[in-house]
Design a protein around this ligand. Structure first.
Ligand code: NAD
Length: 264
């Protein structure tokens, strides 16, 4: 039988290095037959992303800063020229100024708020606007979110507010695009040590807490997020849209763990 992603072409946005969640999903999509294109944020990341793209047989590697409409336009114009149609987009992009990821949410600046919401939330809608005209029936848009959207997590601050807006936009986009056969979903990943996560205060403590307090007693890997990504990008999830799918070792279902539950 055919690999489940055979004949599907997709754009991967948000690879910074081989620890990126976007890379974990891209690797799984490639392993199951997808053809991939990649974007990278700035020239400093080009030297990391190009070899990774090459290792999965991709020669479409484009610069894109989502705060610049012209650069987003250029990416989809290039894809239209190369491929004509696309089947999926992985959006794994978020940003908050370092000063906003420590201390209290109440101290968030207007500038920091707008920048974080622009890059971490609006960019997914901007990308959907450009992707949809190129999408085949059965198209899939996927973004990444975190539990800090639902519950207060230490130092997540404005990112939590941005992720709440992103999760809501997943539902509105799903409703808008469903009649065109396009699905829109998010994965809510547990904490993973990536470049972006290194900006969050006390991140090591958050990792330990999740390991001790999740039903599976472990932190998730980018391979595990990749497995769920594969499902949401493929026709296996053809009946699923508007969903926030948790890949967090079950952390989000726990109210309180038993006293003796922590690993010894
Ligand atoms: P990462 O640092 O590997 O990826 C973040 C990416 O965002 C980078 O590739 C960066 O270049 C890109 N980016 C930031 N600003 C941009 C801009 N203006 N234009 C274009 N690209 C821009 O970290 P990651 O943890 O893999 O993050 C990917 C996604 O996963 C993010 O949305 C993040 O919030 C989410 N997430 C991460 C965790 C975690 O613990 N690491 C948990 C849940 C959700």
């Amino acid at each position: 039988s055919q690999p489940i992603m055979a004949g599907k072409r997709g754009l991967v946005m948000g690879v910074a290095n081989d620890r990126s969640i976007a890379w974990g999903i891209a690797a799984q999509a490639h392993a199951h037959g997808a053809e991939l294109a990649f974007t990278y944020q700035g020239e400093a990341l080009a030297k990391r992303v190009k070899p990774l793209a090459e290792s999965v047989g991709s020669d479409i590697v484009l610069q894109c800063d989502v705060t610049d409409d012209a650069s987003v336009d250029a990416v989809f114009a290039a894809l239209e020229e190369k491929w004509g149609k696309i089947d999926f987009v992985i959006h794994a992009i978020a940003y908050a100024d370092k000063e906003e990821l420590k201390g209290r949410y109440v101290d968030t600046s207007r500038e920091g708020f707008l920048r974080s919401l622009d890059i971490s939330c609006y960019s997914f809608t901007a990308i959907a606007q450009r992707a949809v005209p190129l999408m085949n029936e059965g198209g899939s848009l996927l973004t990444l979110t975190y539990y800090g959207a639902e519950q207060v997590m230490p130092h997540y601050n404005v990112m939590g507010v941005a992720k709440a807006a992103l999760e809501s936009s997943v539902r509105y986009l799903a409703a808008d695009l469903g009649s065109e056969g396009i699905r829109v979903n998010a994965i809510s990943a547990g904490p993973i040590k990536t470049l972006a996560a290194s900006g969050i205060g006390d991140f090591r403590h958050i990792l330990k807490w999740n390991e001790y307090n999740s039903p599976l007693r472990q932190n998730v890997s980018i391979e595990q997020v990749g497995g769920a990504g594969l499902y949401l990008l493929s026709d296996l999830s053809s009946g699923v849209t508007g969903e926030i799918h948790h890949v967090d070792s079950g952390y989000h279902v726990v109210g309180m763990m038993a006293v003796d539950a922590a690993p010894q």
